[in-house]
Design a binder for this molecule. Sequence first.
Ligand SMILES: NC(=O)c1ccc[n+]([C@@H]2O[C@H](COP(=O)([O-])OP(=O)(O)OC[C@H]3O[C@@H](n4cnc5c(N)ncnc54)[C@H](OP(=O)(O)O)[C@@H]3O)[C@@H](O)[C@H]2O)c1
Length: 325
Amino acid sequence: MVSAATRRSLLKARAMDLITSAAILPLLFGCVGVFGLFKLLQWLRMRAYVRDAVVVITGATSGLGRECARVFSAAGARLVLCGRNAEALEELSRELAASPAAQVQAHKPHTVIFDLTDPGATVRAAAQILKCFGHVDVLINNAGISYRGTIVDTSLDVDKRVMETNYFGPVALTKALLPSMIRRRQGHIVAISSVQGRIGIPFRSAYAASKHATQAFFDCLRAEVEQHDIEVTVISPGYIHTSLSLNAITANGSTYGVTDETTAQGRSPAEVARDVLAAVGKKKKDVLLAGLAPTSAVYLRTLAPGLFFSLMASRARKERKSKHC
Ligand SMILES: NC(=O)c1ccc[n+]([C@@H]2O[C@H](COP(=O)([O-])OP(=O)(O)OC[C@H]3O[C@@H](n4cnc5c(N)ncnc54)[C@H](OP(=O)(O)O)[C@@H]3O)[C@@H](O)[C@H]2O)c1
């Protein structure tokens, strides 16, 4: 004889079986299918946005810029590679021209050589850039230098050099290319900033200041050019494994020449370049590409500034001790 309670639980189990087999599973598969389709459409739209687009990349000779060149070339973009080192740019240009994607689309990258710290050369370079394909669809302001030093020991010339490279150079290039984008009512301007454009950490003053200025300038630009249908994306990565720390300048302007552990343990530039492509393709406005600790620090700076300042002071004390300065 089966009790009423057992009968109830049997009925419940049977009902659950029915629901999972007849309703939940198809619903689950349906959701996965719709999500997959949505992602596919997003990917196709992103590809269509970049394919044949004229993409200008500064700092294409090294690190993130070089990887962006590879990723955007593989996505079918027409490239204008910018930098100071003509030989490195030519080598990259040859590599990209020989890649399967470039051979199918017959896109040979152009190269434009100039130093971002020279405003006259930057304006002349903008004219040269416009001549390459007649217009610019996407400008990626990627070139930059880093800095290591204490504020008290750093000469003002060093502060100026970092600002000229990371801030005034990209601003000059953007201003020189903007009128042509406005005339076409089309264009996308990208600024590669840094987590240090959101928070200031000790012994990086000039770099953090230049990236804070970058964030502010391009936030203002975004609001001003929305009426001309021009997109602005600011991307703030955390550490990337590139030559940035090696090429950083110190308090007296000499080259730092060390790959810091944080940089060595950073993300691969190829991976970050794919994130840059996705951010551009999705027309994102502001992207923080960082792990949990730096992301938390950014929020802490806004929500609990007192705590953030104590943590930075303690970091400065520790770093000073470890470097005996
Ligand atoms: N690596 C990181 O941890 C990290 C994290 C956050 C953000 N970022 C940002 O990512 C961007 C790319 O840096 P990266 O990490 O790829 O460093 P990188 O390997 O040192 O590359 C820097 C690039 O900038 C160019 N550049 C430097 N000064 C220039 C100038 N005066 N005129 C023209 N080009 C100049 C360099 O060209 P030359 O070959 O001529 O020197 C090089 O191509 C920078 O804006 C950097 O601030 C990097």
